[in-house]
Write a protein that binds this ligand. Sequence first.
Ligand SMILES: Nc1ncnc2c1ncn2[C@@H]1O[C@H](COP(=O)(O)OP(=O)(O)O)[C@@H](O)[C@H]1O
Ligand SMILES: [Mg+2]
Length: 239
Amino acid sequence: MLKYLTVNNVSKVYQAKTALHDANLEVDRGSFVAIVGMSGSGKTTLLRMIAGLEQPTTGEIRQNDRQVTSINPQARCMFQDDRLLPWMTVSENLTFGAKDKEQRARAQRLLETMELMEFSNYYPTKLSGGQRQRVALARALMDNPELLLLDEPLGALDALTRLRMQDLILKITNEQKITTMLVTHDVSEAVRMANRIIVVKNSQILRQLDNPYQGVDNENGKLRRLELVDEVLDIIYHG
Ligand SMILES: Nc1ncnc2c1ncn2[C@@H]1O[C@H](COP(=O)(O)OP(=O)(O)O)[C@@H](O)[C@H]1O
Ligand SMILES: [Mg+2]
C-alpha cells in the first residue's frame, strides 16, 4: 500500500557539516510519530525538509506520492517560540485581519476549542506562555492541514501546562485525523503521545519503535509505557 509520507535516502549537508545522513522513513496517514534524540542530532533538519523549508542534499521526500520540492502546502508547523505577531490580537493572528466570513467563523470555533474565547481581543504579550502556545496551535490549524509538524512546541511550558497541551493536541489531531510529527527531547512525552517513535542519533535514524500502548489507559498500559521510555532512553544513550 502507498504510504502517506516517505523519506527516501535523505541526507542534508550544510557546508562541511552533515546534519542528517541517509534517512529513511515511512509515515502512515493519520498516525502520530515522535522524533526523539539528543540536541544536534538532526531532528529539526528532518522536520524542516518535510515542511519544504529546506531541500535535501540527496534523496527525496514524497507526500501523497508527490515529491516535496518547495514549501509544503499540506503541512503546518509549530515551534517552541509561538511566533505570533505582537501587533495583532489573538483573533487577528488567526485570520490576519481577513474579512472573510468563513475564516472568521473557523477562527472562532478554534478559539472555543482552545478555551481562548475570552482572550480573542488580547494582544499576545498579555497572555501566559501556555495561552500563547494554544493560539499558535489554533493558527496552525486554520487552514485544515493534513500534516502537523511540531518542533518542541511545549519545551518552554511548565509541567502541568505541558500535560494539558499534550491532551489538547492529541484530542484535536485524533478528531481531525491529522497526521502529526512531533520532535521532542522528552521521551515520556513521546511515549505518551505517539504510536511510533523514531530515535535519531549522530545525524542518523537509529531505530523506529512501535508504541501499541499509546492511549491505553489501564495499569498495564502505563507500565508498558514506562518500560518503553526506559528502552528508548537506553537506545539514545547506548544504542
Ligand atoms: N542552517 C544550518 N547551517 C549549518 N549547520 C546547521 C544548520 N542547521 C543545522 N545545522 C547543524 O546540523 C546539526 C543538526 O541540527 P538540528 O537538526 O537543528 O538538530 P536538533 O534539532 O536535533 O537539535 C547540528 O550540528 C547543527 O549545528
Ligand atoms: Mg531542534
